[in-house]
Design a binder for this molecule. Structure first.
Ligand code: DAH
Length: 339
């Protein structure tokens, strides 16, 4: 029995040294130390031994078990170490290799200007509302005092989806939607996309952006309109900007006006930028027509309001000196990267 134990001790050592992976080690652990293992088999025969032999063999058996356990643990640590080293070697990173430059996105110039415009109005206590781009004729025209046969409809080349569903040609329908939902006081702006069936060229695009504004309360006057919009222009273009209000006509405002800012390039003399006018048109505006108020359930004898609407692209183009509208929509990264 002593011989058998010695034998186990020697072969175990050899087998463990030869084991090259963790699976093989586990196999050996089971065959050497497990319940059906060689050592256990020997210990089971201890009963047959004499009283003198039993403690001697018992001690030897325990010693062999302890040795094998230790060797197993050592070999396991060695293999794990080797595996880790191999992995580190394989995943080695050459930190001296040149890196890849990752492209960082930028805010589109239209968004830059829109953000600036929104900030100015938020500073004056306006809130931002949105309206649908697919709109009903009723909101885009009818309730803005543009009945079916109104000639002004022809100036807005409308994309119709059905007889009474269309892509909004202006952000003005948001005025109506807001007044129908909300009782005065109202002080909102509504930036968004609008659509007109125009052929693409340097100054036209079938999709462009507008920003609408609406204020309705008791005692709102033309003076409020002028003060608000003059302040807006001065914040956008600088304190020394000069503005003028020029009478105009819009069906949904009465009286109506267009706001011009004195050309920053020639200061009113007339140049290429302002097409010889000396002034550049920025927006349309006016006092909300009593018919429009009434149609939205607001009593024009109690409340009054003003509204305004402006094209965003033109402001962007002037701000960044861009002479072709198409650049804003083609999204050539070489162009966008400049902002
Ligand atoms: N919706 C008009 C357009 O697209 C612009 C406009 C003019 C909006 C006067 C207004 C306004 O709110 O009062 O040409």
């Amino acid at each position: 029995m002593k011989g058998a134990l010695e034998n186990i001790r020697v072969t175990a050592r050899e087998q463990l040294a030869a084991a090259n992976d963790l699976a093989r080690l586990e196999e050996l652990r089971v065959s050497l130390l497990g319940k059906k293992g060689e050592l256990t088999a020997i210990l089971k025969q201890m009963g047959k031994l004499s009283a003198e032999e039993r403690p001697v063999i018992g001690q030897l058996a325990n010693q062999v078990r302890a040795e094998i356990e230790q060797e197993l643990a050592d070999r396991m640590a060695e293999l794990k170490d080797a595996a880790m080293n191999a992995k580190l070697e394989e995943e080695r990173i050459d930190v001296t290799m040149p890196g890849f430059k990752s492209m960082i996105g930028k805010t589109h110039p239209i968004s830059l200007v829109l953000d600036e415009m929104k900030d100015i109005f938020i500073g004056m206590g306006f809130s931002i509302v949105a309206g649908p781009e697919v709109e009903l004729d009723e909101y885009n025209f009818e309730k803005l005092n543009l009945p079916k046969d109104h000639p002004a409809r022809d100036t807005q080349d409308t994309f119709y989806i059905t007889n009474n569903i269309l892509l909004r040609t202006q952000t003005s329908p948001v005025q109506v939607r807001t007044m129908e939902k909300q009782a005065p006081p109202i002080r909102i702006i509504s930036p968004g996309r609008v659509f007109r069936s125009d052929a693409v060229d340097a100054t036209h695009s079938p999709l462009f952006h507008q920003m609408e504004g609406l204020v309705v309360d008791k005692g709102v006057t033309m003076a409020d309109l002028k003060g608000t919009l003059e302040l807006f222009v001065k914040k956008l273009y600088g304190e020394d900007s000069v503005v003028r209000f020029r009478p105009h006509h819009f069906p949904f405002t009465e009286p109506s006006a267009e706001l011009d800012v004195m050309c920053f390039n020639c200061h009113g003399k007339g140049c290429r930028l302002c097409k010889g006018e000396g002034w550049i048109e920025i927006l349309g505006c006016g006092m909300v027509h009593p018919k429009v108020l009434r149609g939205c359930g607001i009593d024009p004898d109690v409340y009054s309001g003003f509204a305004f609407g402006m094209g965003v692209e033109r402001i962007v183009m002037r701000k960044y000196n861009i002479d072709d509208l198409r650049l804003l929509f083609e999204n050539d990264l070489r162009f966008l990267d400049q902002f």
